[in-house]
Design a protein around this ligand. Structure first.
Ligand SMILES: Nc1ncnc2c1ncn2[C@@H]1O[C@H](COP(=O)(O)OP(=O)(O)O)[C@@H](O)[C@H]1O
Ligand SMILES: [Mg+2]
Length: 271
């Protein structure tokens, strides 16, 4: 397959996805496509459905209706996880705002434990890891720039370092897609910038497809060519981030828009 064909391969295809919580729609007929190697920002006001959509993209949650396909294979269809879902999910790394590491384990062991959604924690903890696995985990920690922290407990690391351990875990897993839910929302500006640069490098150099929810508009404008915006569970914008002008931001965020553009990490992210 040549590189041009690769670039148009579909990593994530969402078709008519709907999800309701106690009669309240969280996702309404959402359709979108992310090509392999893309880096896409998911934006929208609090409660617009970003986390729900991300969870549905890797089958952490099932919708009521609609379809999610990963690299052309059905992950969930009309509320049912496909029998091959586990296999598909192994290609998807997930990063959370609160890092989701096991605090009392070292950075290295957290990376070795891998994606906790696939292996029960106890099983990954009682396992003896092979030398090759340890080398791979160390190499993942080196890739994210924190090799020297490998033997520190997760609880002793800064937020930014913990998030990089979480990214190393995705690399260890061999993830071809990384879904990140507000990955920098709990970080100081400098750590946030490092995490964003890391995700960008992994996307550019390893071709990892990245879909991340964010609420800092300035960060979105700096790092993402494409944005998808949700409003009340519906896609209300899907296009070039440069086209997210003040009027559109206003319609996406309502009265909070002005505050969003001005707030947060402006001093660090201003280009
Ligand atoms: N597990 C849940 N139980 C009930 N309601 C939920 C649950 N998860 C999300 N919701 C509701 O769905 C809507 C979308 O939430 P969410 O996806 O978390 O939005 P966002 O991540 O954009 O802030 C909100 O109204 C929220 O209250
Ligand atoms: Mg959320």
């Amino acid at each position: 397959m040549n590189s041009e064909m690769m670039s148009t391969q579909t990593a994530v295809q969402v078709s008519n996805l709907s999800k309701t919580f106690r009669g309240q729609p969280a996702l309404q007929d959402v359709s979108m496509r992310v090509a392999t190697g893309e880096m896409v920002a998911l934006v929208g006001a609090s409660g617009s459905g970003k986390s729900t959509l991300l969870r549905n993209l890797n089958g952490l949650q099932q919708a009521d209706a609609g379809r999610v396909e990963i690299f052309g294979n059905v992950l969930q269809l009309e509320g049912e996880l496909h029998s091959k879902a586990r296999q598909l999910r192994s290609q998807i790394g997930f990063i959370f705002q609160q890092f989701n590491l096991v605090n009392r384990l070292t950075a290295l062991d957290n990376v070795l434990a891998g994606n906790l959604s696939q292996v029960p924690v106890w099983r990954s903890l009682v396992r003896n890891f092979t030398k090759v696995e340890k080398m791979r985990a160390l190499s993942a920690l080196e890739r994210v720039g924190i090799l020297e922290q490998a033997h520190k407990r997760a609880s002793a690391l800064s937020g930014g370092q913990q998030q990089r351990v979480a990214i190393a875990r995705c690399l260890m897993q061999g993830a071809k897609i990384i879904l990140a839910d507000e990955p920098i929302a709990s970080l100081d500006p400098d750590s946030a910038r490092k995490v964003m640069e890391l995700l960008t490098i992994l996307n550019k150099e390893q071709g990892i497809t990245v879909v991340t929810s964010l609420h800092q508009v300035q960060v979105v404008q700096r790092y993402f060519q494409r944005s998808i915006a949700l409003r009340q569970g519906q896609v209300c914008f899907d296009g070039y981030t440069v086209d997210l002008d003040a009027a559109r931001l206003n319609s996406i965020y309502g009265s909070a828009a002005e505050e969003l553009v001005m707030s947060g990490h402006s001093e660090v992210f201003a280009s």
